[in-house]
Design a protein around this ligand. Structure first.
Ligand code: GLU
Length: 423
């Protein structure tokens, strides 16, 4: 396993740093440490699907990593970006191992990637690419092997095509068991899956406020990233009375000191495709959003958004990691020194995979859950896991990230030992 081509602060490097520190704290033997850290399977495939209307071919690299399946079938989303690499997918798959373990669902960690720019694909082209991806990885996907879901650049529609592609290959209407989560509700998806990650982020922020004796309804919030996670977080936190003062996406940021009207901003993004130019706010730069005077900052865009260069400029009291690995280890150290309370990604954004688990069980049992049931179970699980991590951090005088990693990795080690070391 190399550190590859992701630059100095890649997801893989951050993930490796975090797990190596954990292995040291837990005093694991070298053999068990290797069993915990090294990915079980890393696959790279080249695909060449044909676009039917003009016979053109798309050429794309596809990656799939099953990091660890000790606690169950590997679970994790499909990332579609122009720069995604096997190393990035490896780091993200590792994060999924800790995330599923911490949030207490019987899954391991996996992830897959398609190197393409979804913004440049017409809907029919994206469908062709998604179906070609599905056929190429199908032998590595299944309810007992790896169960994909949406991630950056993929969505509910894409999951619908995956589900159809698999049942079509078998000549059946449905699949036996759950092959993919985050599907449209009509095709066996679960109500509330789209909102689950954002709702979970807000549940952990509310839990932090309770434990730190802070009042969420007085809060000023800045959100970096206005995709699925960022936009749902913004509306859910505004509903709790907090004031969303700054939001950004890749185009730039918008700011209003009295609070942005989140619903109008969502409408604006739907029509124009970007945050920039929103009439209800003042255009600001991406850096300004991170450096906004606020109580909570939610980095919900991509990895390594906060580095040693900008960490010192952050004013927030709480950072809630909506994205995976948004802080480099150096940034983490600086912010801890500045006494910022950080809700780590494997806890903060675990709501998505928790509700994916509900979808998996619903499909396996041919059941149907209501929105109230899903939201209730999500909120309870986020709160109880937050408490578990918070109490351990207090007891061991460590950070939330260290406490979360210690719990997650210990469970994986216990799983390895419970299974036994013989093949
Ligand atoms: N892509 C999401 C994540 O990073 C969800 C994964 C899933 O539901 O399997 O947590």
């Amino acid at each position: 396993m190399t550190n590859g081509n992701d630059g100095p602060s890649s997801v893989l490097q951050t993930a490796l740093w975090n797990v190596q520190q954990t292995v040291r704290r837990l005093k694991l033997t070298d053999d068990i440490a290797r069993r915990v850290i090294e990915p079980a399977e890393r696959i790279s495939i080249r695909i060449h699907p044909v676009i039917h209307d003009d016979g053109r071919m798309l050429h794309a690299d596809v990656f799939l990593v099953r990091h660890n399946d000790v606690l169950g079938p590997t679970k994790g989303g499909i990332r579609m970006t122009p720069t995604v690499s096997l190393d990035e997918i490896t780091g993200l798959a590792m994060e999924m191992t800790w995330k599923t373990s911490l949030i207490g669902v019987p899954f391991g960690g996996g992830k897959s990637g398609i190197r393409a720019d979804p913004a440049l694909l017409k809907p029919a082209e994206k469908e062709v690419l998604i179906r070609a991806f599905t056929r190429s990885v199908q032998r590595h996907v299944g309810p007992e092997i790896y169960v994909p879901a949406p991630d950056m650049g993929t969505n509910e529609n894409d999951m619908g095509h995956i589900r159809d592609c698999i049942s079509y290959s078998g000549g059946t209407s449905i699949t036996t068991g759950c092959f993919v989560t985050g599907k449209p509700v009509l095709l066996g998806g679960i109500v509330g899956r789209r909102e689950a990650t954002g709702y979970g982020v807000v549940s952990t922020i509310a839990a932090a406020c309770k434990h730190l004796n802070l009042n969420l309804s007085n809060f000023r919030v800045a959100i970096q990233g206005f995709g699925n996670v960022g936009s749902v977080t913004a509306s859910a936190i505004a509903e709790q009375g907090a004031c969303v003062v700054a939001v950004s996406d890749i185009s730039g940021g918008t700011f209003c000191k009295d609070g942005l009207n989140v619903q109008k901003l969502i409408e604006h993004v739907k029509t124009t495709g970007k945050v920039k130019g929103f009439a209800g706010g003042k255009d600001i730069s991406l850096d300004d959003v991170l450096e906004t005077e606020c109580d909570v900052l939610v980095p919900a865009a991509t990895h390594s958004a906060i580095t040693q260069k900008n960490a010192g400029l952050i004013h927030a009291k709480i950072i809630a990691e909506g994205a995976n690995a948004p802080l480099t280890p150096q940034a983490d150290d600086i912010l801890i020194d500045h006494k910022v309370f950080i809700i780590p990604d494997i806890l903060c954004n675990a709501g998505g995979v928790f509700v994916s688990y509900l979808e998996y069980t619903q499909e396996t049992q041919r059941d149907q859950m209501t929105r109230t049931e899903v939201e209730h179970r999500l909120n309870n699980r986020m709160k109880s896991t937050f408490e578990l991590v918070f109490n351990r951090a207090e007891k061991t005088r460590s950070t939330m990230r260290h406490a979360a990693m210690d719990i997650a990795v210990t469970r994986v080690v216990d799983g390895i030992l419970a299974r036994g070391l013989l093949p």
